[in-house]
Design a protein around this ligand. Structure first.
Ligand SMILES: Cc1cc2nc3c(=O)[nH]c(=O)nc-3n(C[C@H](O)[C@H](O)[C@H](O)COP(=O)(O)OP(=O)(O)OC[C@H]3O[C@@H](n4cnc5c(N)ncnc54)[C@H](O)[C@@H]3O)c2cc1C
Length: 456
């Protein structure tokens, strides 16, 4: 998918910014956050001058490389956010997140973006008693924070297998409001829509200096604008305005199979196309693509020393083998050597896994990010929070409690590298323990790992 974008599925064709340009808004980043921000601003201010600066090409970042889930999950720890903004604001925010996948599909349809969108729901499958216990706790937690209990179903092993025949499934949690899209089609289509509305997108235009009212671009270009919005997610810490240790890039990898034949699909089921994830401590997620493949993702090598990002997206052999092995654990009937594509990208993660949005009324500088791998819906909501705050609007987006939230800084290196790698190792170890011991409760190692990570 990354190769397809780089080869020119709309990527790399737009002019670089040369000379000086004046605009009403300058957006940095041609991913979903930047493009939704441009979209929202132009819908509120038809005919406005919006310039989008993209260092590489539209969709080069995670927005063009993800698994296409439009999650209802909020990119935040509810308890922490409630301490900052109050419980009611967090519950309202959660309900906004639940409604947003459908809103995104509606806008895509109305704007003529063909992104294979569908509301498919999300099935989280437990394959150990401990994971089943976590699902029960998770359901209570979600209900506590705004999910409708009537729409969250705990399924037993048979009901789970009727949806997706995952080997060893002991039960699952089904949530019906998650949707999915073809991610590259969404981001490329959105770019075309904002251009149609009048925005100029400049590719190959890396912002190298940001200050109130002005952005300097590598090669000598310059944009002046009263509002400058930094929408670079995993790269945010490298751009002026966002403290370098506020957000770090964590790697996420995906492999994709060749199209499966009808017999295999009959055996696996998955007719409802639900987004599928494993309730193990190590996060693994998958989807059935419209052309009959399975795309399955996980963290792979989770973090590169010094917060280096995933570059062009080449995946190491060990990660491909690990994900392929996981896939065959879920579906033992799959033939070996089925993997056709692999790629990776960087997600932006804050120290407490809470996303944030800022806008300074006096500086005109704004930024949004830290979605921790749940950014396809979050980018839409964050862009709306950013633009609605900038515009002084009183909307549910403007009221979202991540506005003004300041996550703590990450530790300096090498503590950061040691901590993140250590956390993933602990989770993997905890999964092995839970499976071997068939224990009913989440292992103490995993609880310690979650504390270390700032997840709990
Ligand atoms: C493998 C993978 C799978 C994922 N799966 C899912 C999923 O299924 N569901 C989900 O909700 N989330 C998923 N995510 C996360 C989600 O894709 C991101 O959170 C989201 O796309 C972030 O969008 P963004 O626009 O903020 O950032 P990005 O898409 O990263 O866009 C930022 C852009 O800014 C550009 N940029 C950086 N620096 C500069 C600069 N100095 N000047 C100009 N431009 C700059 C970059 O080139 C990039 O194009 C996944 C991520 C990965 C990597």
């Amino acid at each position: 998918m990354t190769e397809a974008l780089a080869a020119g599925a709309g990527g790399g064709q737009r002019p670089r910014l040369d000379g000086t340009k004046a605009a009403d808004v300058c957006v940095i980043g041609g991913g979903l956050t930047g493009l939704w921000a441009a979209y929202r601003f132009l819908r509120l201010n038809p005919g406005a001058d919006v310039v989008v600066l993209e260092a590489r090409h539209v969709g080069y970042g995670a927005s063009g490389r993800n698994d296409g889930w439009l999650c209802t999950t909020m990119s935040a720890n509810q308890e922490r956010l409630a301490r900052f903004a109050g419980r009611e604001a967090v519950v309202d925010f959660q309900r906004l997140m639940i409604a947003s996948p459908r809103r995104i599909l509606e806008i895509a349809a109305a704007e003529g973006i063909e992104a294979d969108g569908m509301v498919s729901g999300h099935l989280t499958v437990a394959r150990t008693p401990a994971a089943l216990g976590r699902l029960r706790e998770e359901r209570d937690h979600l209900v506590d924070w705004g999910y409708d209990p009537a729409r969250l179903s705990l399924l037993d092993a048979d009901q789970t297998s009727e949806r997706i025949a995952v080997a060893g499934a002991e039960g699952a949690l089904f949530e019906p409001d998650t949707a999915k899209v073809n991610p590259a089609a969404l981001v490329l289509g959105l770019a075309r829509v904002v251009e149609r509305l009048g925005a100029s997108i400049h590719e190959g235009s890396r912002a190298v200096a940001v200050r109130p009212g002005e952005v300097k671009v590598a090669g000598g270009g310059r944009v002046t604008a009263p509002h400058v919005l930094v929408c670079a997610e995993a790269d945010s810490g490298r751009i002026g305005g966002v403290p370098a240790r506020r957000i770090v890039p964590v790697n996420s990898s995906i492999i994709m199979t060749a199209p499966l034949g009808p017999d295999l699909w009959r055996a696996i089921g998955w007719d409802g196309h639900e987004c599928f994830s494993d309730a193990a401590n190590v996060f693994t997620y998958a989807q059935r693509t419209p052309d009959g493949r399975i795309a399955i993702g996980g963290r792979g090598k989770p973090y590169r020393f010094g917060s280096r990002t995933s570059g062009l997206g080449a995946v190491d052999g060990a990660t491909v083998r690990a994900l392929a092995g996981r896939l065959r654990e879920y579906f033992p009937g799959l033939p070996a050597r089925l993997v056709e594509h692999a790629w990776c990208g960087s997600i932006g993660v804050t120290r407490d896994w809470c996303g944030f949005v800022h806008y300074g009324r006096t500086t005109g500088l704004g930024w949004a990010g830290g979605y921790a791998g749940h950014g396809v819906t979050s980018a839409f909501v964050a862009a709306h929070t950013l633009v609605d705050r900038l515009s002084g609007l009183d909307t549910p987006y403007a009221a979202a409690p991540w506005f003004g939230y300041r996550p703590p800084n990450w530790e300096p290196e090498p503590l950061r590298w040691l901590g993140i790698r250590g956390m993933y190792k602990l989770f993997a170890f905890a999964d092995a323990r839970e499976e071997a011991a068939r224990q009913e409760h989440t292992s103490r190692l995993a609880r310690f790992g979650a504390k270390l990570a700032g997840l709990s």
